[in-house]
Design a protein around this ligand. Structure first.
Ligand SMILES: [Zn+2]
Length: 162
């Protein structure tokens, strides 16, 4: 890392700390030539490619916003939403790609959301997968039943209340 003041090529790390909940490392560096100090931030780049080809940085807040809408009226608190957004980020980062198509982000949301709340899951899936008929819903509900989700606890809230 080159010194931004004197362009000397050798700098020393004097302090290193985790920032942004573990997503970044902030380093305080000292130039071995001029002695001046500066800070660098290191983080893995993760971009979401939208359908129109535009890329934007992955945002946990944006994931939470989308899921929050699907969770309206459901017993899902902000902590659970934050945890889900973290799971989604872990999933897309685990793909090992620096650029993730937005539909893969949507897919990464569906799995943990299904565990969290099946009504919110159905709502989100209906938009995300463009459900067009009652049959589309019925198929999802059958899948949920087959997976043992519906009626199997989760606070006694079945899909009937959707
Ligand atoms: Zn320097």
């Amino acid at each position: 890392m080159r010194c931004p003041f004197c362009r000397h090529e050798d700098t020393r790390v004097v302090d290193s700390r985790v920032a942004d909940e573990g997503q970044a490392i902030r380093r305080r560096r000292s130039c071995t030539e001029c002695g001046r100090r500066f800070t660098t931030v290191e983080s893995a780049v993760l971009a979401v490619v939208k359908r129109n080809g535009v890329t934007e940085p992955f945002s946990r807040e944006k994931v939470m916003r989308g899921v929050r809408r699907a969770c309206q009226g459901r017993a899902v608190d902000e902590d659970r939403l934050a945890l889900l957004a973290q799971q989604v980020e872990d999933t897309v980062r685990a793909s090992g790609s620096a650029e993730i198509p937005s539909n893969e982000v949507g897919l990464a949301i569906l799995t943990p959301l299904r565990e969290l709340d099946e009504v919110a899951y159905l709502r989100f899936a209906s938009v995300y997968r463009s459900f067009e008929s009652v049959e589309d819903f019925q198929r999802e509900i059958d899948d949920l039943r087959a997976a043992g989700h519906v009626g199997a606890g989760s606070g006694g809230q079945g899909v009937d209340r959707a």
